[in-house]
Write a protein that binds this ligand. Sequence first.
Ligand SMILES: NC(=O)c1ccc[n+]([C@@H]2O[C@H](COP(=O)([O-])OP(=O)(O)OC[C@H]3O[C@@H](n4cnc5c(N)ncnc54)[C@H](OP(=O)(O)O)[C@@H]3O)[C@@H](O)[C@H]2O)c1
Length: 221
Amino acid sequence: MNTLAIIGAGPGLGLAVARRFAREGFAVALIARDKSRLEALVSFLRADGYTAAGFAADVRDRSSLAAALESATAELGPIEALQYSPVPAKEFMRPMLDTTAEDLVGPIEMSILGPVAAVQQVLPGMRSLGKGTILFVNGSSAVRPRDGVAGTSIAFAGESVYAQLLHGALAAENIHVGQLIIPLGIGSGDPAHEPEVLADRLWDIHVQRGEFRSYAAPLID
Ligand SMILES: NC(=O)c1ccc[n+]([C@@H]2O[C@H](COP(=O)([O-])OP(=O)(O)OC[C@H]3O[C@@H](n4cnc5c(N)ncnc54)[C@H](OP(=O)(O)O)[C@@H]3O)[C@@H](O)[C@H]2O)c1
């Protein structure tokens, strides 16, 4: 059984994507900081007969992230698919003119250094499998920077460039890198933004291996 690892797995999108991939036969590794919340999510998945386990790590602590991915591989099986989708902290979203260099440390650790560390950790396994999928999930500020959310806008720009370069660099190795942009709030009432619909989109990206970037819905002007 191959594994989907979700980095930043919570009760919204994370759980829906876990169910979607588990339905297709994947084991699911859930990675987030809060061990007891992870255990609750894992018990939901196991109650449905799925194979799942939780691994506590903070994406800003790169050695804990690498260790979680290593434990997930040892416990569940090789990681064929990786989703990077931790929800950004509120303090990363300050107005531009209030944002200091220090304020950018957290967003950059979360959205640039964390993804690079995670990909470095899973790439050898994907190469051994001869296939892989790496999914990045972002809000609209990744493609349309906004004052008011300066930290995430700046860090998401770096994450998007990294992911796009990776898409090109790994295509010849049958490792697909895709980014899903989610313009509105998840579960805000818009049908295209329901977690299950977004999980279907991510499954389709995994299967169809199309363009680098897709949108859950058109960006609003
Ligand atoms: N929610 C929205 O309205 C919205 C809108 C547009 C885009 N998005 C994107 O959708 C994805 C998240 O979906 P969601 O909001 O439904 O979240 P979710 O999957 O329900 O949960 C995300 C999880 O990320 C974890 N996380 C936060 N900081 C972390 C850290 N430093 N290290 C490890 N894990 C961390 C949190 O768990 P712990 O606290 O236990 O670590 C949280 O439960 C993100 O990629 C986000 O950019 C969300």
